[in-house]
Design a protein around this ligand. Structure first.
Ligand code: NAD
Ligand code: UD1
Length: 349
């Protein structure tokens, strides 16, 4: 069975993807430095302990910081060889990246270079990278396809994603044995349908769905809706929300593609649903799914926000044979199940 190294495997998208990898019978080694994840008993992240419970599988975990070259080397030497690496490990808070740009460039860019060097040393030249729709910057047209220009990102976080994509592209140009697949996520939301694992933001959530979840469960009084004067169907921002389990399946499809002997070089895929939903549509879907009231108030636009963003996912459908299946109702129902069963996330009170 193919053996996959997953960096950032204890995090939100990583832990959901590990479930799908185990379901598809891949062997998984996960590493994470736990900067944005919670350790459970027995030295294993709580998210991955729950993944093991859900799947009946085993996740071989090592607490490793990808900034530490020696630790990374030990993983490749002791746990390899790996057929492919899925690289999730990163810092991802846009606002924080504007305040602490060097922390973001060091962690995300230098961490990725360390990983690519360790891979080269161990002759593992297949990588699937967690990129983001943020690399497109403000959309020049909609829906956004992969031919849309990239690089005009407005914040250091987004720029790290663009830089890492470029570094991987250059590696593929320099050495035809490298295979690198960029997955550009639109807006991942929801949780595993069991409600056992989900998104567990520290502090005040920056993103819409976790904020709505905390209002619905009574942890926060009211949602602030940033802007009701956009040129959209109801004046509020429109985004392409994608269920995290659909995203997880997209990763399995990308790993399979990278293992295909006919695939070569560097490529990028959008992972979204192709549908745009406004903030008010998400609020309404969440209220229906949770049977809770979500009070909201209108506020001025948030700096750096755009009116609308949604994906053309036809390349992923054609080349990865992947398509998102879950609806906005599924996303809200599963987010609610996770939130209401775990009001304090992975932290056991
Ligand atoms: P997350 O914070 O839940 O997961 C990232 C994991 O990486 C965390 O567990 C963190 O502890 C770990 N990590 C960070 N720096 C590390 C380091 N130096 N060494 C080892 N581990 C480290 O975030 P997520 O939402 O699961 O995002 C996963 C990836 O997807 C990230 O690269 C993120 O930028 C990208 N992404 C996420 C979204 C989103 O909305 N969630 C959208 C687009 C792209
Ligand atoms: C944000 C990031 C983006 C990242 C993406 C990943 C910013 C500026 N951008 O994008 O770089 O790739 O997450 O998922 O942080 N909203 C509210 N109230 C809230 C929160 C959000 O009204 O409390 C609105 C926003 O204005 C937006 C929509 O909800 O219209 C979605 O916001 P969010 O979930 O933060 O995602 P993005 O802005 O798309």
């Amino acid at each position: 069975m193919p053996r996959i190294l997953v960096t950032g495997g204890a995090g939100y998208v990583g832990s959901h993807t590990v479930i799908e990898l185990i379901n598809y019978k891949f062997e998984v080694v996960a590493v994470d430095n736990m900067v944005n994840a919670i350790m459970g008993g027995k030295g294993k992240p709580e998210s991955l302990a729950r993944v093991e419970k859900l799947t009946g599988g085993v996740v071989d975990f090592e607490q490793v910081d990808i900034l530490n070259e020696n630790e990374l080397e030990q993983v490749f030497a002791n746990k390899g060889p790996f057929d492919c690496v899925i690289h999730f490990a990163a810092l991802k808070a846009v606002g924080e990246s504007c305040k602490l740009p060097l922390r973001y460039y060091r962690n995300n860019v230098i961490g990725s270079i360390n990983l690519l060097e360790a891979m080269s040393r161990h002759n593992c030249k297949n990588i699937v990278f967690s990129s983001s729709a943020t690399v497109y910057g403000p959309p020049q047209y909609l829906p956004i396809d992969e031919k849309h220009p990239i690089g005009s990102c407005t914040n250091p976080y987004g720029k790290t994603k663009f830089m890492i994509e470029e570094i991987m592209h250059d590696m593929c140009l320099a050495d035809p044995e490298w295979k690198a697949i960029m997955l550009r996520y639109f807006n991942p939301v929801g949780s595993h349908p069991s409600g056992e694992i989900g998104e567990d933001p520290c502090g005040i959530p920056n993103n819409l769905m976790p904020y709505i979840s905390q209002v619905a469960v009574g942890k926060r009084p009211c949602l602030q809706v940033y802007g009701n004067d956009y040129e959209t169907k109801d004046g509020t921002g429109v985004r392409d929300y994608i269920h995290v389990m659909d995203l997880a399946e997209g990763h399995v499809a990308a790993v399979r593609k990278s293992l295909d002997k006919d695939f070569q070089g560097w490529t990028a895929y959008n992972l979204g649903t192709g549908q745009g939903n406004s903030v008010l549509e998400v609020v309404s879907a969440y209220e229906k799914a949770s049977e809770k009231n979500v009070p909201y108030e209108f506020m001025p636009r948030r700096g750096g926000d755009i009116a609308s963003s949604f994906a053309d996912c036809s390349r992923a459908e054609k080349e990865l044979n992947w398509k998102a299946k879950k609806s906005i109702h599924d996303m809200c129902a599963d987010a609610w199940r996770w939130q209401s069963n775990n009001p304090n996330g992975f932290q056991i009170p």
